[in-house]
Design a protein around this ligand. Structure first.
Ligand SMILES: NC(=O)c1ccc[n+]([C@@H]2O[C@H](COP(=O)([O-])OP(=O)(O)OC[C@H]3O[C@@H](n4cnc5c(N)ncnc54)[C@H](OP(=O)(O)O)[C@@H]3O)[C@@H](O)[C@H]2O)c1
Length: 247
């Protein structure tokens, strides 16, 4: 259990899955937590369930990101923990790729994450912790996931540059790269439940530990990377996938 009393944490995309689980853990460990999301009702309900603050912001929209940073600064001052988590999945072979699919994934997962960091840097406390939510697909791209895995590989590259740029302020920047994790993400890619189950059965078979990860597993890692226990860790990517990248 970490002591995040008097720490301000901002989590993008906090109304479900990994963002929600992390908001819960950081709040339980004493942090003042702000979650963001695009859907006003969903984010307000999540915030009320968790006892945290919600701010509506589309992380793929630069204006929204700027407004978010301003509002956080006005209402909470400086930020100790920034968890850049909002992201979407999307599948498709390169030959059939559309510009719309490319832009929708890149605009949230890469451009949005990049500018969230960029606009928050001025209001990060010295010695703050930034964590990007990447993916094990950044290290093991597969057929059908070229856009998604590229968005996460790009994020890992930004993470390493940011770790160097922000080190003089003792701000640490790391990424967490889960493998298949039980959340809402796959239900949002437009496939029916039967197809998702078939895909998941195939996926689990490829994981040496023969199970999916949970949002709570990832939340614990984010809490660790946001705590003093990890004060010498920066510029590192933590793959959490039951050994999938090795298989
Ligand atoms: N689950 C996995 O297997 C897995 C594996 C590796 C990496 N990841 C990554 O983990 C992160 C969290 O995903 P999850 O699995 O927890 O899925 P999730 O339950 O779908 O959560 C994603 C969250 O991001 C929000 N979001 C999406 N686009 C947004 C935008 N433009 N602006 C603001 N919020 C936005 C969603 O809000 P809405 O519901 O309103 O869209 C939701 O709260 C993503 O970056 C994903 O790529 C997931």
């Amino acid at each position: 259990m970490n002591d995040f009393k008097n720490k301000v944490a901002v989590i993008t995309g906090g109304n479900s899955g990994i963002g929600y689980a992390t908001a819960k853990q950081l709040k339980e460990q004493g942090a003042t937590v702000i979650i963001t999301g695009r859907r006003k009702e969903a984010i307000a309900k999540a915030a009320s369930d968790l006892g945290v603050t919600s701010i509506v912001a589309d992380q793929s929209n630069i204006g929204d990101i700027e407004n978010l940073a301003l509002k956080v600064k006005d209402d909470f001052g400086k930020v100790d923990i920034l968890f850049i988590n909002a992201g979407i999945a999307g599948l498709g072979k390169i030959e059939q790729a559309t510009e719309a699919l490319f832009d929708s994934i890149m605009n949230v997962n890469f451009k949005g994450a990049y500018f969230t960091l960029s606009k928050f840097i001025p209001i990060l406390k010295d010695d703050a912790s930034v964590v990007f939510l990447s993916s094990n697909t950044a290290s093991m791209p597969g057929p059908g996931s070229s856009i998604y895995s590229s968005s996460k590989t790009a994020l890992n590259s930004v993470m390493r540059s940011a770790a160097l740029e922000l080190a003089p302020r003792k701000i640490r920047v790391n990424s967490v790269s889960p493998g298949p994790t039980e959340t809402e993400v796959m239900n949002k890619v437009g496939l029916d439940k039967e197809t998702i189950k078939t895909i998941m059965d195939v996926v689990v078979d490829k994981i040496p530990l023969q199970q999916m990860g949970t949002s709570e597993d990832v939340a614990k890692m984010v809490a660790y990377l946001s705590s003093d226990a990890s004060k010498f860790i920066t510029g590192a990517d933590f793959i959490m996938d039951g050994g999938m990248v090795l298989a």
